[in-house]
Design a protein around this ligand. Structure first.
Ligand code: ARG
Length: 269
């Protein structure tokens, strides 16, 4: 009998150590695949977790590492924001094209997804101050005959659905007659390029540079656009806007944001 009890105590100890080990992984936020039918979130004051939505296909801003965890510049920034405001962070991964709808439907408190703060988006969401700027680039294979926008004529250009590049390509298409191929995921554009299903991928410059380097591709800057910088997006009228702006301003003043840029990005301005 005594033995049994000792055994029980040992098992209990092992179990609690195992549980502690699971719980100690609070470095990484919870990640959930958004299915679109989650309940709308309740009042912010009554919660201790901020829900951030993103499209984790956009290194170095948000991507899945080899363990399948979502990491990147935006993730560290969102963690910092949540921390400073006294919340935990939960991440919902979804298609870029669905992010604004998720905010409007109250399924996320904020979006950090390399999202450019455009005027047309401002009709549906509020934005924080800008936290990063990146131009646009056209990415091609090394041996491509496309080396400037004039060469786009007759080619197939891939863009991610719902991005400013999709809009930009539709405008450019009027002058240079090319085909547009839209895909849900930014990373998939590079797969399409590598397997010759598109001739050119049109992307944010910072992201393009990473793919160029990783996949031995090449490319050229887009001379036609001056896109707005990236900002955090919120549901219209969100009380978080001001708080997040304060955190961002402080992060800029203290050099925290610059350090984060140095850690993740190749271009800094
Ligand atoms: N900056 C571009 C835009 O706002 C592309 C962003 C794509 N982001 C992503 N996580 N795939 O339209």
């Amino acid at each position: 009998m005594k033995n049994k009890r000792q055994w029980f105590i040992v098992m209990l100890a092992i179990l609690s150590i195992a549980l502690m080990a699971c719980g100690s992984n609070d470095e990484l936020p919870d990640v959930e695949q958004d299915t679109g039918d989650e309940e709308a979130l309740g009042d912010l004051e009554e919660r201790d977790t901020l829900i951030m939505a993103t499209s984790a296909d956009f290194p170095p801003f948000e991507t899945r590492n080899t363990e399948g965890e979502i990491v990147g510049f935006d993730i560290d920034l969102a963690e910092h924001i949540a921390d400073e405001l006294g919340y935990d962070l939960e991440i919902r991964d979804m298609n870029f094209d669905g992010l604004i709808g998720a905010l409007q439907a109250g399924r996320a408190d904020m979006v950090l997804s390399g999202m450019s703060a455009t005027d047309s988006r401002r009709e549906n969401v509020d934005f924080s101050i800008e936290y990063n700027r990146s131009g646009e680039m056209f990415v091609t294979q090394q041996d491509s005959d496309v080396t400037s926008i004039e060469d786009l004529e007759g080619k197939t250009v891939g863009v991610q659905l719902g991005t400013i590049q999709q809009e930009g390509a539709e405008l450019l298409q009027e002058d240079y007659d090319f085909e547009i191929h839209t895909l849900d995921e930014a990373q998939a554009l590079i797969q399409e390029l590598l397997s010759n299903r598109i001739d050119v991928a049109y992307l944010d410059k910072e992201v393009a540079l990473g793919f160029i380097d990783a996949q031995d591709l090449t490319g050229f800057d887009d001379p036609t656009t001056a896109s707005p910088g990236m900002a955090v997006a919120f549901p219209k009228g969100s009380e978080l806007v001001e708080d997040v702006n304060n955190v961002l301003e402080q992060a800029m003043e203290s050099g925290w944001l610059e350090d984060l840029q140095k850690e993740w990005l190749t271009q800094q301005d």
